[in-house]
Design a protein around this ligand. Sequence first.
Ligand SMILES: [Zn+2]
Length: 424
Amino acid sequence: MRLLIQGGRVLDPAHGVDGRLDVLIENGKIARTGENLSAEGAEILDAAGLAAAPGLVDLHVHLREPGFEAKETVATGCAAAARGGVTTLVAMPNTRPATDCPELVKLVREKAAATGVNVLPAGAVTVGQKGERLTDFEALREAGVPALTDDGVPIQNLALLRQAMREAASLGLPLLDHCEDRDMVQNYAVNEGAVSRRLGLSGRPAVAEELQIMRDVMLAEDTGAHVHICHISTSKGVDIVRRAKARGIRVTCETCPQYFTLTEEEVLRQGAMARVNPPLRTQADVDGIRAGLADGTIDAIVTDHAPHTAQEKARPLPDAPSGMVGLETSLALALTGLYHSGVLSLNRVLALMTSSPAALLGLGKGTLALGADADLVLFDPNEAWTIDRERFASKGRNTPFHGRSVRGKVKYTISRGNIIYQEG
Ligand SMILES: [Zn+2]
């Protein structure tokens, strides 16, 4: 089977490629890139006016299955991924039961197999994510997990965490780290600051995140583990990672569109729809996140796609669950907030969503090199459109970006040479 993608602007950030080229796909692999390739025997996809980049790699997605199928299933989550241009995703293990053993890893992978999206379940660090007993890291690695995490439930027992880092380091598995001190944030709904005071609510202080980043950076240095800080949201947090990297500590980090786009003020306008952990912060933090993206301190843009039902999000702010969906809006929000606003080049935005996250976990994805899996997203980088949650493929409609004008629209998503999404 041959597919020729003709006349697009091909961007392969891993190799500094940016030019008008054809891409020939054979048997699910990139067979050739070049000018005016022969179309003989190939199906032709006209990409004139479109950008063609490696399929997006999202390191932080909650697919909710098993256990929370009312929020999302593997099938609906993967449909959302395809619609957003995401061809590889790491699924968080906070399902019910938690993905803490090879059987559950296998279950999620099997459910994902038919979707065309490459789903890599992360393994839980502790049994049931209870923070008491380590899982069998070796067995999880054998089952194919790319990383370990208790995302959503920060590990408070430092002796246990240190042991986890030692074992993870010896097996070469990165630890994905949700940084918020649980005692300091409880189940509070918003950032501690002007908005929490105005609402008369207890807040989640920035220092609760920063202290844990500092703590885990020190443990990374102590154990040699690769610690990857999830969804970094504060300017000082970025600065801690910046200094740690300069010291040669094996720490990397990611952020999400909400943290370089929105501030805590959004909670006043949208209530529970803008509730997320860590919470939306201040403008100074948004600026700090953008600076961290610009200078390379932040390694990846991910979604933290966290679907919930409409009924759950309709609860009053203090009782509603935290999280927002993101798979179908991440590329447009990154292009709008970073590329069209002049913070980053197009190639750099794409690097943060493809080659860089793939390299962090050694996934062998995020490139259009010859012989690579033919995973691509074709998009119009300039097209203006309005985000409409009613059109989402995800079951989750919980986005604070509904009705927002953005630029950059996904037209085709291709996974291993198969078109898994086509607009309209
Ligand atoms: Zn998290």
